[in-house]
Design a protein around this ligand. Structure first.
Ligand code: DPP
Ligand code: ZN
Length: 896
């Protein structure tokens, strides 16, 4: 399959001003009639190709003259017109088969509900069309279906007509006044229950909010509805952006490839990101639901009103909208903890992507299959790029830039360059070098060194290297380099915004002047904080404290994770032990603990017997965290989690799978043993209110208490602790607590307790597909020697279905991506299993297959025997006859 290049972009030769669509819905044979008002944009526009895929063209006419369908469809399935007047009306009648559509793109059936997914290129599976985001048309859509099986008929925009038809059918007609690209088209028809509410915008528009779910599920839609209203209010308050129609619909379906889709006024969601109540969803699920509902709603401006010129610009809408949803969550939950979670996600998913065979810039230059580019780089790193612009400009100037960008490009298909240009113009800030973040792949490494200089000499360490006398200064040297990546050998220096503070011996920020501050933007964050811009390969910054200091100041660098870089700094264990309790920047306080743990765990993994090499000083430092009762519980909960095995693996030249696992388990056990009573006390003290309340404060208490439980759970032979875990499971009045205890029991419990809990959970939630996904995932992630055998057995469980993406991610994905120890078992069983599943999936749902194949991406980082096994697995996939373009691209790049 041929690669598509950004450099080859050409504007369309024809556009479609308006499209009228008529659907006669039927599971096996749906008839789609389309009338396109075509308009020529250039002198020579022929031949015109309209995209089409898996369509049977029944009739074709141009300006009322019938044409022979057989003469106008080429070998690639496209509709070809050799001659056209400058304006023409093209009418097509096509047949499609929704019930045979297992790829879940285009028009398909989910539990008997007709629904669509058109991003990125699904519309061509519905009708012939220039299926590219820079062709914007108005849509007029008539849907006809059986009234009994499809009482609800929805499309974008406003409903303008609704009538009964003969033969038990009925119709609805929808018109969307906003011109939109085809990827934002949506249609839903089926039997659905509705939760209704309203929202009045600040200019007084009353908007009907309708949330559609499978019958009987409406009571579980309240969390999503509340999130929607909160999002609408927040976007007005923080970004000044209002909703623009009188109706906003959300539909939740069971079978969906991604999280959700922002179709104009008719968002379609994976039910996983809508349905929640305390009995079936955890606090984390609810936070995710809020975030996804917000994300899709925010797309109405950043994505829909201003869309992307081409798919290389995907981050224009995704990076920006992720930034917006992150800020939404930060503004009404704990900002620091939200940031820590996002940093963790970035490191777990994006840094490895940048360092592996699938690396690509935020704005890619080439792709084979666009669906493979809905990546952590485009989304999460894209959001980091927006966040850095926000950091450099500050909120007020950033918002001015947003107003200019949206005002200038409203109704258009824009580029990343358009966005940066607007930010630059509105703020007066120079972003010339900064633009490289869009074009350069790879994670920059920033190295920091510092020393004290005395007043007289101006060189060498200050008195004794410790104190900083009057007139002395702290010299900080920052250097950057980006290692070559699979897609780009040459790298250039980036414009990296580094927030930092200098801390005194008590951890308080010192007031200091930055000398030679030419590159520094004015300070605008916390007092004593500085914002540096590292633009060259190596720069020195001299800070002169306002007063003499008894101790050499300790820099707290990259506060709030101001730049998505890998920081190598001069910190030792003692510095980190200090910073993990004293750093006033919560993100860096967490960071210090993680850095310290990482160092200790890597040392342990390298030892002959990791369990014998436990670092007692780290265990003590961890105790300091646990005993700090003043600590915000939501922060404590994240600070009590050791770096994951996958992250630790990324820090090694050659991954030591077994050593890392042994080291981490040994450290967890040592912490639990040493601090057993503190943890028991924490578990007893942090009793959330009963009955259950979902709010953030209560969720934080549960999170910290469950973090204590998870540590205690390592004490498998401690009868008192094990009774406590069982009681925690049994007495839970919500899913957060029940799942926390189930996880402890399934991962570390003794056989009898483990089986009891797993059987109870299975029985209790029989028929609750989304809850049983958790049950599948817990078992797939178990650090147990029999994990693969269990996963294989669960493939035959009635709760599992290979055709449903959520089931696949819960079982196969959890095993391959979140059970590093077992997936990478030395016998290669995990690899053979994944290859088998990818091959089965590819014929069913190529997007999901390609995503699963990505789990092999890091194969070159393992030892020789494992590399051979993974390469063989990849080759066996690549050589499968009829392999999809999607999976081929991932596998082939991995092998290159
Ligand atoms: N555009 C979607 C989203 O990220 C992806 N399906 O919201
Ligand atoms: Zn999005």
């Amino acid at each position: 399959p041929a690669a598509i290049r950004r450099a080859d972009y050409r504007p369309p030769t024809f556009t479609v001003d308006a499209i009228r669509l008529e659907f006669d819905l039927d599971p096996a044979e749906t008839i789609v009639t389309a009338e396109l008002s075509l308009r020529c944009l250039t002198e020579t526009a022929f031949p015109l190709h309209l995209d089409g895929e898996d369509l049977t063209l029944l009739e074709l006419s141009l300006d009322g003259t019938a044409l022979d369908p057989a003469q106008h469809v080429d070998g690639a399935g496209r509709l070809v017109l050799h001659e056209l007047p400058p304006r023409a009306v093209l009418r097509t009648r096509c047949r499609i088969a929704p019930e045979a559509n297992s790829r879940l793109t285009g028009l398909y059936l989910s539990n008997g509900i007709f629904c669509t997914q058109c991003e990125a290129q699904g519309f061509r599976r519905i009708t012939f069309f220039p299926d590219r985001p820079d062709v914007l048309a108005t849509y007029d859509v008539t849907v006809r279906a059986d009234a009994g099986s499809c009482p609800v008929l929805l499309s974008n925009g406003n409903c303008v007509d609704r009538q009964s038809l003969p033969d038990g059918r009925h119709m609805a007609r929808w018109q969307d006044p906003f011109p939109k690209p085809s990827y934002l088209f949506a249609l839903v028809a089926g039997r659905l229950d509705r939760l209704a509410d309203t929202f009045t915008t600040r200019s007084g528009r009353q908007v009907d909010l309708h949330l559609y779910v499978e019958p009987g599920q409406a009571a579980r839609a309240h969390c999503a509805m509340a999130a929607l209203k909160q999002s609408m209010a927040w976007d007005e308050a923080r970004f000044g952006l209002e909703y623009d129609l009188d109706i906003f619909n959300i539909v939740a379906v069971a079978d969906f490839n991604s999280g959700a889709m922002e179709n104009k006024s008719l968002n379609i969601f994976n039910a996983k990101y809508i349905l929640a109540d305390e009995a079936t969803a955890t606090d984390t699920d609810m936070e995710l639901i809020e975030g996804v509902v917000a994300h899709e709603y925010f797309h109405n401006w950043t994505g829909n009103r201003v869309t992307c010129r081409d798919w290389f610009q995907l981050s224009l809408k995704e990076g920006l909208t992720v930034f917006r949803d992150q800020e939404f969550t930060a503004d009404h939950r704990s900002r620091a903890v939200k940031r820590i979670r996002d940093v963790r996600t970035l490191r777990a998913r994006q840094f490895p992507e940048d360092a592996g065979p699938l690396s690509h810039p935020v704005r890619p230059d080439t792709y084979v299959e666009i669906n493979n580019f809905y990546t952590a780089t485009v989304y999460e790193k894209g959001a980091e790029v927006i966040r850095m612009i926000h950091t450099i400009l500050g909120e007020a100037r950033f918002q001015a830039g947003m107003r200019l960008y949206l005002g200038r490009h409203d109704g258009q298909a824009a580029t990343c360059e358009d966005f940066v240009a607007a930010m630059e113009e509105a703020s007066g800030c120079d972003l010339v070098q900064f633009r490289r973040w869009y074009s350069q792949s790879g994670t920059p490494r920033v190295t920091a060194q510092w020393h004290v200089e005395g007043p007289a000499s101006g060189a060498g360490p200050g008195a004794g290297g410790q104190a900083l006398p009057d007139g002395g200064c702290l010299v900080l040297t920052l250097s950057q380099d980006t290692p070559p990546t699979a897609d780009q050998a040459e790298k250039v220096p980036l414009d990296i915004p580094i927030r930092l503070a200098l801390l005194d011996g008590e951890g308080r920020p010192i007031a200091a002047w930055l000398e030679e501050a030419a590159d520094a933007a004015p300070d605008r964050s916390a007092p004593g904080e500085h914002l540096l811009r590292l633009t060259g390969p190596r720069q020195r910054f001299r800070f002169r404290p306002a007063e003499a200091q008894e101790h050499a100041p300790l820099p707290s660098l990259n506060c709030g994770f101001s730049a998505p870089v890998i920081l190598h700094a001069d910190y030792g264990d003692a510095d980190d032990a200090f910073l993990m309790v004293r750093d006033p920047d919560a993100v860096n306080r967490w960071e210090a603990g993680q850095r310290y743990a990482t160092r200790v765990l890597l040392r342990m993994a390298a030892a002959e017997d990791p369990a014998m090499a436990v670092d007692g000083r780290y265990v003590d430092a961890f105790g300091g965290l646990l005993r700090d009762e003043a600590m915000d519980p939501s922060f404590a909960a994240v600070a009590m989690v050791l770096p994951e095995e996958g992250y630790l693996a990324d820090q090694m030249a050659v991954v030591d799978v077994d050593g890392l696992h042994a080291a981490r388990e040994a450290m967890l056990r040592a912490i639990a043993l040493a601090h057993r009573n503190v943890l028991l006390g924490m578990h007893a003290r942090l009793q959330p209110a009963r009955p259950y309340r979902a709010d953030a404060d209560q969720a934080a208490l549960r999170a910290q208490r469950n973090a204590a439980l998870a540590l205690l759970g390592l004490l498998t032979e401690d009868a008192e602790v094990q009774r406590l875990v069982m009681a925690h499971y049994r007495d839970a009045d919500n899913m957060t607590d029940r799942l926390a205890a189930l996880t402890v029991l399934a991962h570390h419990g003794q056989e009898a307790a483990r089986n009891l809990a797993l059987a109870d959970f299975e029985e209790r939630y029989r028929g609750e597909a989304l809850v049983l996904d958790k049950w599948l995932a817990v078992q797939a992630q178990a650090p147990r020697r029999d994990a693969l055998a269990t996963v294989r057995r669960l493939l035959d469980h009635p709760a599992f279905r290979l055709s449903n993406p959520n089931r696949v991610y819960a079982l196969i994905g959890a095993f391959a991506m979140r059970n590093q120890w077992r997936f990478h078992a030395a016998d290669g069983g995990g690899y053979a299993f994944l290859a088998e599943q990818v091959k089965k999936l590819d014929g069913l749902n190529r997007q999901v297959a390609a995503r699963m194949a990505g789990a092999f991406g890091r194969w070159q980082r393992y030892d020789g025997p494992r590399q051979n096994l993974m390469r063989a697995a990849l080759e066996s996939i690549r050589d499968m006859p009829g392999l999809s373009r999607d999976t081929f691209e991932i596998v082939n790049k991995s092998l290159e």
